[in-house]
Design a protein around this ligand. Structure first.
Ligand code: PGA
Length: 251
């Protein structure tokens, strides 16, 4: 069975002390999760949070972004090496907020994916359509284009390191979740697209997460879908009890 993941995306929330307390509360309550639990903590928190989860194989740590260049004169940016040195093993790339507010496009994301992989960081690659594209009915083509432009240059071996997060933009932070049927349809479409490019075996092994107002009340229904392998959780990952309920909803 392919790996399931529940990843929390804390975004620009919590102080270091609050983040460590949150991670501790989750670690204490989760014993044998049916998948990997990843904290997408702010870069300033990674080192401290990594000590909270040290030695616990059920937990991982993600940066929320990294720069596409290895190092240099990019004031304020975070490199893949910095994330690794702070204890991260994953990096969230291409989140819609990065695409929207920081003008990250498919070509830039291809470079970020390359650099992350070259350093041994596992990308959680986000894709997803805005509302007008969904209303036009061209969401499958839109998301397929995002994957093609940023991922399909990878070798099979590299692609196997990627987890995909499908996050319809109209569902992020809006309280408007995709229905489990909408999520399943898109996840299946993504798996089929991956299969056309890398073959069935790779597609069947690819972890595809759902993101967008996934919460303690709807996670079990979403995760029960055959092609939904967990979630990328924003708001609900900031409450330990809710996040634990979501982790326990894995199949
Ligand atoms: P949300 O965010 O769960 O608050 O909708 C999800 C995300 O942006 O990853």
């Amino acid at each position: 069975m392919r790996q399931q993941i529940v990843a929390g995306n804390w975004k620009m929330n919590t102080t270091i002390a609050e983040g460590v307390a949150l991670a501790k509360a989750v670690v204490e309550k989760v014993e044998n999760p049916r998948g990997k639990v990843v904290f997408g903590a702010p870069a300033t928190h990674l080192d401290a949070v990594s000590r909270t989860i040290a030695g616990n194989q059920h937990f991982g740590l993600a940066g929320q972004n990294c720069h596409q260049e290895e190092k240099g004169a990019y004031t304020g940016e975070i490199s893949a090496d910095m994330l690794l040195s702070a204890g991260a093993d994953y990096v969230i790339l291409g989140h819609s907020e990065r695409r929207q507010y920081f003008k990250e496009d498919n070509a830039m994301l291809a470079k970020k994916v390359n650099l992350a992989l070259s350093k041994g960081l596992k990308p959680i690659f986000c894709c997803g359509e805005p509302l007008n594209i969904r209303e036009k009915g061209s969401h499958v083509a839109y998301v397929s284009r995002q994957l093609k432009a940023s991922l399909y240059h990878l070798t099979e071996e590299q692609f196997r390191q990627i987890a995909i997060a499908y996050e319809p933009i109209w569902a992020i932070g809006t309280g408007k979740t995709a229905s489990s049927a909408q999520a399943q349809d898109m996840h299946l479409a993504i798996r089929k697209a991956v299969s056309r490019k890398y073959g069935k075996k790779v597609a069947n092994a690819t972890t595809i997460l759902y993101g967008g107002s996934c919460n303690a009340a709807n996670a079990a229904e979403l995760f029960s879908q055959p092609d939904v392998d967990g979630g990328l959780i924003g708001g609900a990952s900031l409450k330990a009890d809710d996040f634990v309920t979501i982790i326990n909803a894995l199949k």
